[in-house]
Design a binder for this molecule. Structure first.
Ligand SMILES: *[C@@H]1O[C@H](CO)[C@@H](O)[C@H](O)[C@H]1NC(C)=O
Ligand SMILES: *[C@@H]1O[C@H](CO)[C@@H](O)[C@H](O)[C@H]1NC(C)=O
Length: 459
């Protein structure tokens, strides 16, 4: 994510049900099959499932059904302070399809943007699980990761994202023994924005809720920020809508999920003084000078399903070598389409992400190079050594309307300045109120996930 991600939502259960706390709704992870492939191009199907992030879940008192958190405020009785709140409140299971618009079938996952049940839910974020209590860990050095995506129903302002973050495999249970929910309930999220909007994770990963210092958002009735953030390395394989797409590694100076407060979180004026690189080193074909490569009816046609291949090349072509290059290939209608080439004054015609590309891009665009300052590709490679968790989400952007992805950004300089134009969306597009009402039924569909040796997942 370039900015803080997503909205979240907590169910107000209209009808009381006489069951134990934390089990009012049974947690049943939707199944999703993926494939692991080897050099010869032979693939094995793996039965996996997905889990909804904890921040979207109903958080209620452990003995009943009173909300601990409603809209964007905490219940003052149950949650007078972090520690008491952590003791009083529990997460519950999710109705994936009915409440959250998440449906999985075979190898296909569909995430609907707005779902109206007894409450309105906006966006979602899910993780791939290896089993009931463990996230699938991806070690992708000298490997490739491939998936199909249908973005035809994602307009300006939305983001259908597929990415990796360095979460704990168990959601934080072993490092933080008070975490009783764990990966089964989608705990332990972190990314390079060091999000401070996460409440229950503070509760689960540090014995505390994020109650103290909580400030409800002025613009978002479902959000707020607390004292603590949660940081870790992030590899954005795909952040996209029908108008633009970016692949973006983000580095960190920390090597596991780490709680931040104060300057370390890198909020506002501290943006470049935190422990993670918020900007990342992005390759967005439009921004990199090929404005007619990816979009409706273009070379990579976003009105149709697209196969997206991402290769994590190492310096010596082994899984232990240093990550040296992130390559992108597309496949559509049986045609293999090589990535677009950079066409920016002062830059070579790069077609992949390397440290040289990142340095040249930051220089050409006059951007702060926090990606290299915080470790560059080495940081991403190190995270893949321990393993990263696969995230899929759909979201809108309360900070800057997704203009950093699909429009001109920043908006206070000429759009002709190098690096400002990122897509053809209008600078007035993407306001959450607008997209949530005009494009409620927008959906992203991810399918056919494959990973394995380079060259084994597509042809
Ligand atoms: C952006 O608009 C220009 C001018 O109409 C067009 O040539 C180009 O293909 C468009 N690109 C995308 C990605 O929509
Ligand atoms: C790694 O593989 C690539 C592509 O096959 C090749 O061009 C390169 O020389 C290899 N590098 C090493 C260090 O073996």
């Amino acid at each position: 994510m370039f900015r803080t991600a997503a909205l979240y939502f907590f169910t107000l259960l209209a009808v009381a049900r006489g069951q134990q706390a934390g089990t009012l709704t049974t947690e049943t992870h939707p199944s999703l099959s993926v494939q692991q492939c080897t050099g010869s191009g032979s693939c094995t199907s793996l039965s996996r499932s997905i889990v909804l992030d904890s921040n979207w879940r109903w958080l209620h008192d452990v003995d009943g059904y009173t909300n601990c958190y409603t809209g964007n405020t905490w219940d003052a009785t149950l949650c007078p302070d972090d520690v008491t709140c952590a003791q009083n409140c529990a997460l519950d299971g999710a109705d994936y399809e009915g409440t959250y618009g998440i449906s999985a079938s075979g190898n296909q996952l569909s995430l609907q943007f707005v779902t109206q049940s007894s409450q309105k839910n906006v966006g979602s974020r899910v993780y791939l699980m290896e089993d009931e209590t463990t996230y699938q860990m991806f070690k992708l050095k000298n490997q490739e990761f491939t998936f199909d995506v249908d973005m035809s129903q994602l307009p300006c302002g939305l983001n259908g994202a597929l990415y990796f973050v360095q979460m704990d495999a168990d959601g934080g249970v072993s490092r933080f023994p008070t975490n009783k929910a764990g990966a089964k309930f989608g705990t332990g999220y972190c990314d390079t924005q060091c999000p401070q909007d996460i409440n229950i994770d503070r509760l689960r990963t540090s014995v505390q809720a994020n109650v103290e210092g909580w400030e409800p958002s002025a613009s978002d009735s479902n959000a707020g920020t607390g004292t603590y953030g949660t940081c870790c390395v992030e590899m954005d394989v795909w952040e996209a809508n029908s108008m633009a797409a970016a692949v973006t590694p983000h580095s960190c100076t920390v090597t596991e999920q780490t709680r931040c407060s104060g300057t370390d979180c890198g909020e506002g004026d501290d943006r470049y003084d935190g422990i993670c690189d918020k900007d990342g080193c992005d390759f967005n074909s439009f921004r990199m000078g090929d404005q007619s490569f990816l979009g409706p009816g273009l070379t990579v046609d976003t009105t149709q399903k697209i196969t997206v291949v991402t290769q994590f090349v190492t310096s010596d072509n082994t899984t232990t070598g240093a990550l040296s290059e992130i390559r992108r290939v597309y496949v559509q209608n049986g045609q293999v389409i090589q990535n677009s080439k950079v066409n920016i004054p002062g830059m070579d015609a790069y077609d992949s992400i390397t440290d040289d590309f990142c340095n040249a891009q930051k220089e050409a665009f006059g951007d702060t190079n926090s990606f290299e300052q915080m470790g560059g590709l080495q940081s991403i490679g190190d995270a893949f050594n321990t393993g990263m968790v696969l995230v899929m989400s759909v979201w809108d952007d309360h900070a800057v309307n997704m203009l950093w992805l699909d429009s001109d950004y920043p908006t206070d300089v000429a759009a002709t300045n190098p690096g400002v134009a990122r897509g053809n969306c209008s600078t007035s597009s993407g306001a959450p109120d607008d997209v949530e009402s005009a494009s409620a039924s927008a959906t992203v569909v991810f399918s056919n996930i494959k990973f394995g040796d380079i060259g084994s997942t597509f042809s």
